[in-house]
Design a binder for this molecule. Structure first.
Ligand SMILES: *Cc1c(COP(=O)(O)O)cnc(C)c1O
Length: 393
């Protein structure tokens, strides 16, 4: 308390407190448990890209403030990537902006595009920074809940349509979706696009897992649907695609008016960041398809290892079509409270996981679900599975 007996944290942020990741990671350290909570790889990305960053540092590239929109080499590489993968054309000079990871892109987009009181529709469960950034921007979040259906969490399009009001300004979409692993289908994205056009909504779409899709799933960028390019801010990041989550190099692609707006907010958040890493990521984005194929194959094998192990240990498993994460239902283990289960799991089985309820406004809708990350070395996942199989079913 201050001398005026007023709490330090303002009302907009009071509900957010400390993230669950801090609590669970501390628990992992204290108990020596295997941490499948937070989604970061336990091995680094390609050696040649690490070397590119070293070279940039040594050559004095990016050691001083890089240009506000990002270095031209990276903006050109981002535009070329969108063209090569999806046939989407963006002008590197006016339609690409480099950010301090996707996290800053989300914050800057919401701070730039929302007026206080504007409603933002987000798919629930949602990535934890969405709620806080909507709150910092003075917006009101309106969750639309993804619900289990035929082994995956799916969007109810009628529920989405019903959530739009006269105050709705923006749809905040995430595909492939963290934490559920859902990849929105062509039909679902078509319906979202039609709704956005009909109600004249802006769309911010977080596509940081664009390269991590499995089986028959396909990542389709929302900006490629009819009427969407002009109203869509697409967010990408090097962290997940190149296994360098500490570098914090992200970007947006959008038409010039939206890029200018987002840059207005971004310039007062970090102004610029990650100078030498921007050079390395420009090279990374130009890696051949074989890199992206190998990344996907590696994570697919890890998904299967963990998903099958969790099923054998008695969990109901939602086998993800994308991302780093597998969501489970703990009810077959005779449990129903994901929070209590995750707090006890390090002691009971030596593994840390995250209760999905933290990603919900409707906590009860997420109560029995628990998320495990599989972006870890094979032997780590094997040991985690061995330990989880000791749980009584
Ligand atoms: C990891 C993650 C981010 C943050 O990306 P950074 O580039 O590390 O800031 C954003 N959105 C989702 C859905 C994520 O999982």
């Amino acid at each position: 308390m201050t001398s005026s007996a007023r709490p330090f944290l303002n009302r907009r942020l009071a509900e957010f407190g400390t993230t669950i990741f801090a609590e669970m990671s501390a628990l992992a350290v204290r108990t020596g448990a295997i941490n499948l909570g937070q989604g970061f790889p336990d091995t680094d990305g390609p050696e040649e890209i690490r070397e590119a960053a070293v070279r940039a540092l040594r050559d004095g590239l990016g050691n001083q403030y890089p240009p506000g929109p990002g270095i031209p080499e990276l903006r050109t590489a981002v535009a070329a990537h969108q063209q090569r993968r999806y046939g989407l054309s963006y002008d590197p000079d006016t339609e690409v902006l480099v950010t301090a990871g996707a996290t800053e892109a989300i914050a800057a987009a919401l701070l730039a595009l929302l007026e206080p009181g504007d409603e933002v529709i987000a798919l629930e469960p949602y990535y934890d920074s969405y709620a806080a950034c909507i709150a910092m921007a003075g917006g009101t979040r309106v969750p639309v809940t993804l619900r289990p259906h035929d082994g995956a969490f799916r969007l109810d399009l009628d529920e989405l349509r019903a959530a739009v009001t006269d105050r709705t300004r923006l749809l905040l979409v995430n595909t492939p979706h963290n934490p559920t692993g859902t990849v929105l289908t062509r039909e679902e994205l078509t319906a979202i696009a039609e709704l956005a056009v009909e109600r004249d909504l802006l769309v911010v779409t977080d596509e940081v897992y664009e390269h991590l899709v499995f089986d028959a799933a396909e990542h389709l960028p929302l900006a490629g649907f009819p009427g969407m390019r002009e109203r869509t801010v697409t967010i990408g990041s090097a962290g997940k695609t190149f296994s360098f989550t500490g570098w914090k190099v992200g970007w947006i692609t959008a038409p010039p008016g939206l890029v200018t707006a987002v840059r207005s907010a971004k310039q007062f958040l970090t102004y610029v960041s990650a100078g030498p890493f921007q050079y390395a990521v420009a090279e990374a984005l130009s890696l051949p398809d074989s890199y992206f194929d190998a990344l996907r194959a590696d994570l697919l094998a890890k998904r299967d290892l963990l998903a099958s192990g969790l099923a054998e240990a008695g969990f109901e498993v939602f086998r993800p079509a994308g991302t780093y994460f597998v969501t489970t239902d703990i009810r077959p283990l005779g449990e129903s409270d994901g929070f209590a289960f995750c707090r006890a799991l390090p002691e009971r089985a030596g593994v840390v996981a995250i209760p999905n309820a933290v990603f919900y406004d409707h906590r009860e809708a997420g109560a029995p679900f628990v998320r495990f990350a599989f972006c870890k070395r094979t032997e780590v996942l094997e040991e985690a599975v061995r330990r989880l199989k000791s749980l009584p079913v």
